[in-house]
Structures are given as structure tokens and as C-alpha cells.
Design a protein around this ligand. Sequence first.
Ligand SMILES: C[S@@+](CC[C@H](N)C(=O)[O-])C[C@H]1O[C@@H](n2cnc3c(N)ncnc32)[C@H](O)[C@@H]1O
Length: 233
Amino acid sequence: MHPHEIAQMFSKIARRYDLANRILSFNRDRAWRRELVQQAAPRSGERLLDLCTGTGDVVIAFAYACPALQIVGLDLSEEMLRVAREKCARLGLDQRVQFVHGDVLELPFAESSFEIATIAFGLRNLPDRARGLREIYRVLSHRGRVFILEFSAPQSFLARSVYLPYLRYIVPWVGGMLTGARAPYQYLRDSILSFPNRAQILEELYDVGFRPVGYRDLTFGIATLYWGGKAIC
Ligand SMILES: C[S@@+](CC[C@H](N)C(=O)[O-])C[C@H]1O[C@@H](n2cnc3c(N)ncnc32)[C@H](O)[C@@H]1O
């Protein structure tokens, strides 16, 4: 799918996206974003770029965790960004967060513009992952680091036998009922099932130049948190 088609799909569900997330993940999505913030360990004065920011839940979590962080959220869907801006305004965070309309595959930022880049449930959507990762590497400073939160297929037999039927049959149905659009949740299911395994994502990060790289599974491996550093040794 072309990035603009994907963004259009998200625009259609923007208003109900958060509700569907909370219900389909049994509220785990919030805890996963908190883990992301904790792992990133932001420091005052650092610059953060949140890619595929959607309705802004990652930037909001960072804004609360670190008051002196400079925060930019980027997304290709104007409708998702509109919801993100409204949420930040309601929470009094609008002066702290800047939202930019743009494509991860062609980031509108100069080299070394950020110390932290994050992308939560967005990497799966990129038609050219290597290009997206190269763009992220380019805009990070020499002490930069990237954190990627993404859905995974659990590794244990027990977790797989509960989660995979849930993902295959319940998620598209419930997601469709909650948002009025089933296609985005069929796409969610298909893109999770076809997403590469953990070792391959680490290899892709390494190939782009990130060192060290690592990952940690969350909630029985339904989600995985990856990271990569750009430390110049
Ligand atoms: C599943 S949502 C994730 C939103 C948010 N990060 C979260 O944690 O809920 C994926 C988002 O990626 C955006 N997106 C997809 N492809 C993109 C691209 N090439 N560049 C920027 N944003 C993109 C979509 O518009 C959508 O808002």
C-alpha cells in the first residue's frame, strides 16, 4: 500500500482510534508506551521526534515524564494529527509539543536534529522499512537513539494459541464495530502476521548503522520494544 493510502485509512478511524486501542489491547497499550518512555530515559534539553505519532499518545507520555524535553510528533494523516493537537490542547501541553505533517520515508528535518526518535506501531506501515530506518538514522545526533514499539507474534505455544485466534477473528470484528471501518483492522491483523521476526528487525537496525541494538518482549510477546544507538565509539 502507498503511504498516502495508509494515512487515508487512519484518517477514517481517527476519532475512534484511541477507544479501539484501549478496548482491543485491554488497556495494555498505555503500559507499553510507558515502557517505551522508561527505556528511552529522556534527559532535560534533549530533542525527541515521535514518528507515526497518530493521536499523540507517545508524545503525551513523554511530555509528562520529562518537562524539559523538546518534542515533535510527525504523521502523514492530517485527521490523526488534528485529534493529537486537540488532546494536547485539552491537557495544556500544546506549547510543549509541535506537530508536523510528513512522511517517515522523507523526513523534513536536517541531519542530527534529534537525540531520541520513537515509532510506536508505525514501522509495520512503512512500505520501505530500510529507507525509513535510514531516514531515522540521518536525523539523529551522534548520541542519538531510536526506540521502536511494535506488535509481535508471541513465541510460547500457550500465548500463541490464545492470541492468534484473537488477532485473526476477534480484532477485525470488534475493531470494525468500534470504529465503523473493518478494513483497518483486517490490515492490522495481516500486517502483524506478515511482520518480520525479532532477529530480522535487529539485523535491519544493525545494517543501517545502529549499535548497540536490542529488544525486550512485553505482555507475553504480543508487543516488542526494540532499540538502537548511534553512539560513535
Ligand atoms: C497504528 S497508528 C500508531 C499511532 C501512535 N504511534 C500510537 O502509538 O498509537 C500508525 C500511524 O502511522 C501513520 N503513518 C503511516 N505511514 C506513515 C508514514 N509513511 N509517515 C508518517 N506517518 C505514517 C498513520 O497515519 C497512523 O497515524
